[in-house]
Design a protein around this ligand. Sequence first.
Ligand SMILES: NC(=O)c1ccc[n+]([C@@H]2O[C@H](COP(=O)([O-])OP(=O)(O)OC[C@H]3O[C@@H](n4cnc5c(N)ncnc54)[C@H](OP(=O)(O)O)[C@@H]3O)[C@@H](O)[C@H]2O)c1
Length: 244
Amino acid sequence: MSKVILVTGGNAGLGHELVKALASKPDVHKVYLAARNEGSGREAQDTLRAEGLGNVHFIHLDVTDVATIISAKEAIEKNDGKLDILVNNAGIAEGDKDQKATTVEVDTVRRVLETNLLGLIQTTTTFVPLLRRSPQAVILNVGSDMGSNTFMSNSGKDLSHYVAYSASKAAVSSYTIALAHELKADGIKVNVITPGFTSTKMNSYAPSGKTSAQGAAILVPWAMLEKDGPSGLFIGEDGKEFAW
Ligand SMILES: NC(=O)c1ccc[n+]([C@@H]2O[C@H](COP(=O)([O-])OP(=O)(O)OC[C@H]3O[C@@H](n4cnc5c(N)ncnc54)[C@H](OP(=O)(O)O)[C@@H]3O)[C@@H](O)[C@H]2O)c1
């Protein structure tokens, strides 16, 4: 079956490499590279097309701007009539801001939630009608190990705590559970996954992380799940279940 895929935040980092990896699959018909910045989105599309991936299509989508989400949905509906795979990848960390539990500015929390949680929910609810038209739909939410309450409280490591980011990703996991439960009757698979620490713009290209291509490779099989694939799971970078 040829598939129509949408990846949010597809112009950079993990999202960009994910678009590239998915567009290279033989059974993929079209990958929408969604980006909030038109210039950067078109440039990313053109780079991939120059590498022979003519099935990559830039689409303007800012997860904090509902009008752009609706217009992206309407464009895909007109062109393709359905969406098979939605990857909610777009995210921010605001790691340069104070995110200590006692001193964080609520505006920092609000901005991170606006993108990572509310934007993800708005994108999902807008695209669910198109996903319901796919015979084999998948929603993959890009979460984080920092969104695992078990990991953050029990790991025994001296972890840095970024409360806005962690809370947003924990909430994404919580939303994923509810969404998977609700879409079970439609046969739509919904999972949340952490690619693990990856050197990207988000962490100022921290040298100890994996490359975006390595991180994206972890996401690929969970985006391309078969019809009888699992749903309602939190997946770790090793491809196994991760503690909520
Ligand atoms: N890097 C890691 O170690 C790591 C670990 C676990 C999970 N993750 C998750 O992986 C995902 C991708 O992050 P990354 O590491 O690849 O970081 P990145 O290179 O900074 O990419 C983030 C992407 O999200 C986009 N974005 C941000 N706000 C947006 C908005 N309002 N609307 C649409 N797109 C928006 C960015 O667009 P612009 O280019 O316009 O800013 C960019 O394309 C995030 O959800 C992140 O939380 C990352």
